[in-house]
Every structure is written in structure tokens, then in C-alpha cells.
Ligand binder design. Structure first.
Ligand code: HAM
Length: 413
């Protein structure tokens, strides 16, 4: 679990602000849900045999003996809230986004943490393939807007409740013939969660499943048509993608379209964003029978990818040096007035010498410095110094605030 320090928080703010603005353009509204939920919610939605539920949840009993869990992801809580608050009675189509911390007890490494942050988006109530394409278009739009390159959109279809059981059986039969080559984990789970074996990173498992039957060859007509229409729309929108039939997801609720934004810049943590359709989930959680699709991006991974390419915010526009008690009070008064006008202003509060104050102004990267000493105060003036070119000018103290506003915000009415 990491602290997000002032040196990097501007990057987080930038990534969050871009999500709010872009998702808003696509008619998404923010929803905020608690970070804890009843454990049962995640077991029912993510699936009992997934890594998340089997071994990664932070689960505890509260004082009344309820089993609670720190949310490992956002989709299930958002669906819980959608159902509990009957949002469907206001509008059966909902476009929601959320951001915040998620918790998984995973083995930490670069790009993988125990408290991490997601920005997620969900569309409930629409099953048109155009929506799948639009959600992907929004995701690609986001990546290009925040300047993250080197990501590839990969898509797949995992079929539906009608065709997946048939594929599962065919896959289990295939895996049974290769058991000797599978790792211990895969030998244990090939019956309960055979699709995960396709995703195993162990080289032996990769080789053994090279010729595994493809899910795309076993889709029912409805799922095959849906997948093909999604691709037609992606092509119409000029969105490059690659079909990856081996892409499976670590959560059980997916149906039909699944996707990941993949990079090779983060080692084995290659998915910067991931999601898919979950048409049976709302009904499974005792809500109405409404389809859904969405994704979540890992903020830490976005930050790692964006990293050094982002400029930190500038220092103060004006640093006020008040030398001595009275000048310092005048500086304080001017500074407060400027701040009220949204000018980034700062001063010294420790009665330091002019030299020390100038050093601090420099360190903070101040663009201008206003120097007020006892002598200046008596004369009713102050010296304004431009830190970039060293030029100085005198300001009449009485008119200092409007003069500074004019100088620092020349275009403001
Ligand atoms: P997920 O694939 O488990 O899907 O997570 C989505 C993204 O969250 C990942 O691609 C990754 O960027 C980030 N992430 C996951 N675990 C960690 C971790 N331990 N440390 C850092 N980043 C991590 C979901 O969570 C689904 N709820 C996505 C979704 C929304 N599907 C439909 N709607």
C-alpha cells in the first residue's frame, strides 16, 4: 500500500480530471460507493473459484459478526447500489463511473499493489454491440487524451451462459490430455476454472495449451454475431484492435465481449485497463434482468506509464518578502488579497533575512518577488522583481493589489 506524495499527486489529479471530463462527454455520471461491502456480494459476483475470492480478499468480521470485505473491485458494489437504490426505476439505462481505492491481498510488485486505485465505468441496460464499441472508443479516447501510448486494445468473446458450458467441457477434455505438462496450480483448477489455465504465465502451461480449442470457435450464433458486429463498429470508428482468443478474465461475471488495454512497458503487469460485458450479473444479484458492460483502469499503472512526461505545477506566481514585523504584516495582507483572487502567492512566516527569503522564493520557483522593508513602507512603495530576467520595478503600496492583479492576470476584465 503506497502513500501518494505531493511530488506525484498532481499526476493523479490530472488523470482523474481527464476521466471526469471525458466520461462526462459520453454522458456518464459519477457514483460513489463505500469501500466495504458484505463479503457475500463478491463471492456471488466475482466467483467462488477465482483468485480474488479464494485468496486475495481483505475480509473481517465487524462487531455484530457480519462478514465484511474491503472491495477488491468496483463493478459488484456499483451493481449492488444500482439495485438497492432502484436506479433502474428512474432510468433503465445507466452510465456510471467511479474512482477510488480497491484492495487485494496480492504479491506486491511493480504495478501490483495491495491497495490500488481504479477509475471505472459501467453501462447498464444496453446490449447493442454499438455500446461495446462506444465503451472501447471512450477508453481509447482517454488514453490518447492523457498522452499514454504503447498500449494495444485486445478483445475477445467469452460466450454466454448457453455456449460457454459446452466450450468449458471441450477445454477440460483437452486439458485432461495435457495434465502432466501443467503446473500445480493449473492441475488443481483445470476442472473448476479451466479458462484460467489459458492465462497461466508458467512456460510449461503456455506450451501445453498452445493448441487448445479456441473459445471463438465455440460461440453460439448470438454471441458470434454480437462479436462480429462489435468489430464492424470498431472498424467504422477506425479503432485499431487485436483479437486475442486466449484472453480470459480473472472474474467470473463476464459474458460475450471482454477486452484489455495491454502494454509491454510494465513487465508482467501488462493490463492497464480491462473489462467486458456482464449480461447476467444484475439479475444474479437479485436485480432486474439487465445487461451491462464496463471497464476499470489501474491508476498506479497509468501513473507508471505517464511518469516523467508530465510537468509538475509551477511555483508561486508571487513570493512576498516582508522584512521586519510591520512589512511582514503588509505582505500578509497583500498576499491574502491575491490568494482570494486565485493568484498563487506565498510568503515567509519565520521572520527570516531578505537573503534567506530570496533563497526560499528561488527554491519554490516563484516567478516574481515583492520586497517590502521598513524603508519602503515609510516611502509607501515596494520593489517588484522578475525572477526570470532580474528586472525590477517600483510599486506604490496603496495601489499594490490592483497593480499586481493587472500584472499577473493581464487578460482579466
Ligand atoms: P480487473 O482486471 O481485475 O477488472 O482490474 C482492472 C484493472 O485494475 C487492471 O487492468 C489493472 O490495471 C488494475 N489492477 C488490478 N489489480 C491491481 C493491483 N493489485 N495493483 C494495481 N493495479 C491493479 C476489474 O476489476 C473489473 N471490475 C473491471 C470491470 C469493470 N469489468 C467490467 N466493469
Amino acid at each position: 500500500m503506497n502513500d501518494i506524495l505531493p511530488q506525484e499527486s498532481h499526476l493523479w489529479q490530472e488523470l482523474e480530471a481527464a476521466a471526469r471530463s471525458i466520461f462526462g462527454t459520453y454522458s456518464f455520471s459519477e457514483i460513489r460507493v463505500p469501500v466495504v461491502e458484505k463479503t457475500e456480494l463478491f463471492c456471488r459476483s466475482i466467483g467462488e473459484t477465482t483468485d480474488i475470492v479464494e485468496k486475495e480478499m481483505y475480509t473481517f468480521e465487524d462487531k455484530s459478526g457480519n462478514s465484511l470485505t474491503l472491495r477488491p473491485e468496483g463493478t459488484a458494489p456499483v451493481m449492488r447500489s444500482f439495485i438497492q437504490n432502484k436506479l433502474y426505476s428512474l432510468d433503465p439505462v445507466a452510465k456510471l463511473y467511479y474512482l477510488g481505492p480497491m484492495f487485494r491481498y496480492e504479491r506486491p510488485q511493480k504495478g501490483r499493489y495491495r491497495q490500488f486505485h481504479q477509475i471505472g465505468a459501467e453501462v447498464i441496460g444496453l446490449d447493442d454491440p454499438k455500446i461495446d464499441a462506444q465503451v472501447l472508443a471512450m477508453l481509447v479516447h482517454y488514453f490518447s487524451a492523457v498522452g499514454i501510448e504503447d498500449v494495444e486494445l485486445q478483445i475477445n468473446s467469452l460466450g454466454c451462459r448457453d455456449c460457454r458450458p459446452g466450450y468449458r467441457k471441450i477445454l477440460i477434455d483437452f486439458l485432461q490430455t495435457r495434465l502432466d505438462s501443467l503446473c500445480e496450480d493449473c492441475r488443481r483448477r483445470y476442472q473448476s476454472n479451466p479458462l484460467r489455465v489459458l492465462d497461466c504465465k508458467v512456460p510449461g502451461c503456455k506450451d501445453a495449451t498452445m493448441e487448445a480449442p479456441s473459445v471463438l470457435d465455440h460461440l453460439c450464433n448470438g454471441c458470434a454475431d454480437h462479436f462480429s458486429e462489435v468489430q464492424t463498429h470498431l472498424q467504422t470508428l477506425n479503432l485499431p484492435y487485436r483479437v486475442n482468443a486466449r484472453m480470459v478474465r480473472g472474474l467470473d461475471y463476464y459474458t460475450k465481449t471482454t477486452f484489455e488495454m495491454v502494454t509491454n512497458r510494465l513487465g508482467s503487469q501488462n493490463a492497464v485497463a480491462a473489462g467486458g460485458r456482464y449480461d447476467g450479473l444484475v439479475r444474479d444479484l437479485d436485480g432486474p434482468d439487465l445487461p451491462g458492460i464496463g471497464f476499470a483502469m489501474g491508476l498506479e499503472r497509468l501513473v507508471l506509464m505517464k511518469g516523467d512526461s508530465s510537468e509538475p505545477p509551477g511555483g508561486p506566481e508571487l513570493f512576498l518578502c516582508g522584512i521586519g514585523d510591520r512589512p511582514s504584516n503588509t505582505a500578509f495582507m497583500i498576499m491574502s488579497a491575491l490568494q482570494k483572487n486565485m493568484i498563487r502567492a506565498e510568503m515567509d512566516y519565520q521572520g527570516k533575512s531578505l537573503k534567506a527569503q530570496m533563497r526560499r522564493a528561488n527554491k519554490l520557483g516563484a516567478a516574481m518577488v515583492l520586497i517590502i522593508g521598513d524603508e519602503e513602507l515609510t516611502r509607501g512603495s515596494a520593489q517588484l522583481k522578475n525572477m526570470a530576467d532580474g528586472s525590477q520595478q517600483s510599486l506604490v503600496l496603496e495601489a499594490a493589489i490592483p497593480e499586481l492583479l493587472k500584472l499577473l492576470r493581464p487578460n482579466r476584465g
